[in-house]
Design a binder for this molecule. Structure first.
Ligand code: ATP
Ligand code: MG
Length: 335
């Protein structure tokens, strides 16, 4: 299925390429930030190995999936082989160990939905959240990073969409809008659906990478260097894609029936997933399938009020992209 747009794109769209690319460039982290992250990881690793020699630390989330802005906090996962461990105990212990070093604001939040230790490293200035055994997040981080290596337009589009969402206040899961992770999945799906497609469906290709995590089989094609130039048959510019992305979510997505799925590279029906009615707090008003936890809808945080907010914001963005003389300013105006 190809996405059709409601309207023909404005004729002068390509004059927006340069300003969008400038915004993208301004958000990319500097190389020295990566060095500082490595430095902090090495310090954490030393402490962890002293206490748990078999454990490993992984970066995940935006600091590792290539969709992170400059000066972001980092997300770290402590992988301890034993599945039966008591996470709270580990986190309390970890907090104790780290407090004895020069780290600041070390706090164990054992009752959070994802329990973590938070801290700030005064040497590098980096804040960091450490969780335990959240390995699916480590794997979906790899999947996102691998997608980003195939065509630079994914990273460009996702940066602009995330920047828009943060500016407009629709990147707050506790307020019923979507996570950054959900927005990146929307961008990947969108680029899989262009005609010709700009991204392939890595989970629907020869398996070159496979792991079992928490009883979920995660497998996909990860030799993405072989996919260089995959999207080059499609010559759409970043401005055209931003325009089409908002046009799709404003006017073309079938919110009543469709689930977007990067796992299949396509749309699946809500009926097939039994996501047609509210069960408990899961309402399925906008449906975004997790690539590995397929029963997991990233849109489940969205409620009756926030779906209105989201759709109004998509429409606002689409109208600006179509008519505004200066979209690169208007799009990101604080709400
Ligand atoms: P930001 O730049 O806004 O911090 P982020 O990429 O770190 O963006 P988050 O939404 O904070 O995004 O999520 C961090 C990571 O946690 C994601 O990259 C993903 O690996 C994982 N994650 C977040 N939400 C979910 C979810 N609902 N299901 C599965 N994994 C998730
Ligand atoms: Mg994050």
């Amino acid at each position: 299925r190809n996405y059709r747009s409601r309207t023909e794109c404005r004729g002068d769209i390509n004059r927006l390429n340069a300003p969008f690319l400038a915004i993208y460039e301004s958000l990319i982290p500097a190389e020295e930030e990566k060095q500082k992250q490595k430095q902090l990881m090495a310090l954490l690793d030393k402490h962890v190995k002293e206490e748990w020699p078999g454990a490993r630390l992984f970066l995940y989330g935006s600091c590792a999936n290539s969709f992170g802005f400059r000066k972001s906090d980092i997300d770290v996962c402590l992988a301890i082989g034993d599945a039966d461990i008591n996470k709270s105990e580990i986190l309390l212990k970890l907090a104790d160990i780290l407090k004895s070093d020069n780290l600041e604001n070390v706090q164990a939040l054992t009752r959070a939905r994802v329990p973590i230790v938070k801290l700030m490293d005064p040497v590098t200035g980096i804040s960091c959240d450490i969780c335990v055994n959240n390995l699916l997040a480590v794997i979906n981080t790899k999947l996102l990073r691998d997608y980003s290596k195939i065509d630079v337009r994914l990273r460009q589009l996702a940066f602009i969409v995330k920047h828009w969402a943060k500016s407009r206040g629709v990147n707050e899961t506790y307020q019923g809008t979507l996570s950054s992770y959900a927005y990146v999945l929307m961008c990947i799906h969108f680029l899989q659906q262009r005609s010709p497609s700009i991204l392939p469906c890595l989970q629907d290709m020869e398996i070159t990478y496979s792991v079992n995590v928490d009883n979920v089989k995660c497998s996909f094609f990860d030799q993405v260097e072989k996919l260089q130039g995959f999207g080059s048959r499609n010559g759409e510019s970043i401005a055209q894609l931003v325009w089409a992305f908002f046009n799709y979510w404003a006017y073309c997505h079938d919110y009543a029936n469709d689930v977007i799925s990067i796992r299949t590279g396509s749309i699946v029906s809500k009926r097939a997933k039994d996501w047609t009615r509210r069960i408990g707090n899961d309402r399925h008003l906008i449906c975004i399938e997790d690539p590995f936890e397929v029963s997991h809808d990233l849109g489940r945080v969205v409620d009756k009020r926030s779906i209105r907010v989201l759709r109004e914001e998509f429409e606002r963005a689409a109208e600006i992209m179509q008519h505004d003389p200066n979209p690169c300013v208007k799009l990101f105006e604080p709400y």
